[in-house]
Write a protein that binds this ligand. Structure first.
Ligand SMILES: Nc1ncnc2c1ncn2[C@@H]1O[C@H](COP(=O)(O)OP(=O)(O)O)[C@@H](O)[C@H]1O
Ligand SMILES: [Mg+2]
Length: 258
């Protein structure tokens, strides 16, 4: 495990190498490499269509890469199913919130929890009740952590958008991930909610400990939250380094202006 600002990929929690994906004639990812150390936050920026969500879909097993490798703690994930990857400790949120609107907040969080324990055979023997108690305890912890007590029993479809984003985050946290992938979690939030999100990103790392890969359009927010930044354009890595280095990189500036 390297120090937070370590640029070398040695001992990384997540290591991606030479990842390429094509859709018909479109090369959505073209030889992408990246690494994230334990407890580190890497911000991923890039214009629309640069391949950020595709990268998330590859890491979480939704898309299969044509080429390249994805490893978590040295273990090869490429080719595994999404539920297998989840079981290895990778959770994600979606650019478009995916809550079950007719279920309550706590039920949505419990859905995340159940997904985690599926196929986990030692726990499968503990019996329904024991698992349920454990799930509820964890869900309540996360509700308290994110300050969602007031909406715990509200239906997800009936709470404000900014709170739905928080529940989406809560559901991913319920997996107790080692790596959390956040796809534009600040999209549609007010300035105040964005500040709160930066606070929670810090708290998540400090108190719960997962590494984070954050896709974010708001560059100020990404810069405030991250240890390192990486910029993608047309499926390729344009720049990687500190937030300042990446934002001042001539090719990154050109990609954003163009
Ligand atoms: N399932 C898919 N089928 C066809 N093309 C796709 C699919 N997913 C992504 N793409 C294409 O891949 C490119 C990268 O998209 P995406 O990863 O969503 O970009 P970003 O998240 O950076 O905005 C785009 O050209 C997009 O149209
Ligand atoms: Mg996207």
């Amino acid at each position: 495990m390297g120090p937070p600002h370590c640029v070398s990929g040695a001992g990384a929690l997540l290591a991606v190498q030479g990842l390429s994906v094509s859709f018909g004639g479109i090369r959505a990812l073209d030889g992408v490499g990246l690494h994230i150390h334990a407890s580190e936050l890497l911000a991923l920026i890039g214009p629309n269509g640069s391949g950020k969500t595709t990268l998330f879909n590859c890491i979480s097993g939704v898309y299969r890469a044509n080429q390249g490798e994805i490893r978590l703690d040295g273990r090869l994930l490429t080719g595994l199913r999404p539920d297998e990857i989840t079981a290895f400790g990778i959770a994600r949120t979606f650019q478009n919130i995916r809550l079950v609107h007719t279920l309550t907040v706590i039920e949505n969080i419990l859905l995340g929890r159940h997904r985690r324990l599926e196929g986990s055979w030692p726990l499968a023997f503990l019996g329904f009740l024991g698992r349920e108690v454990e799930h509820r305890r964890k869900a309540e912890e996360i509700i308290e952590f994110l300050g969602l007590e007031a909406v715990r029993k509200a239906r997800a479809g009936e709470i404000p958008f900014g709170v739905q984003r928080k529940v989406e985050l809560a559901r991913a946290l319920a997996l107790e991930p080692r790596l959390l992938l956040l796809d534009e979690p600040a999209a549609g939030l007010t300035t105040e909610e964005k500040q709160e999100l930066v606070y929670y990103l810090r708290e998540i790392r400090g108190r719960l400990g997962p590494a984070l890969l954050l896709v974010e359009h708001d560059l100020a927010l990404a810069a405030a939250a991250c240890d390192r930044m990486m910029a993608l354009n047309s499926g390729r890595v344009l720049a990687e380094g500190t937030a300042k280095e990446v934002q001042n990189h001539p090719e990154v500036r050109r990609a954003y202006v163009g």
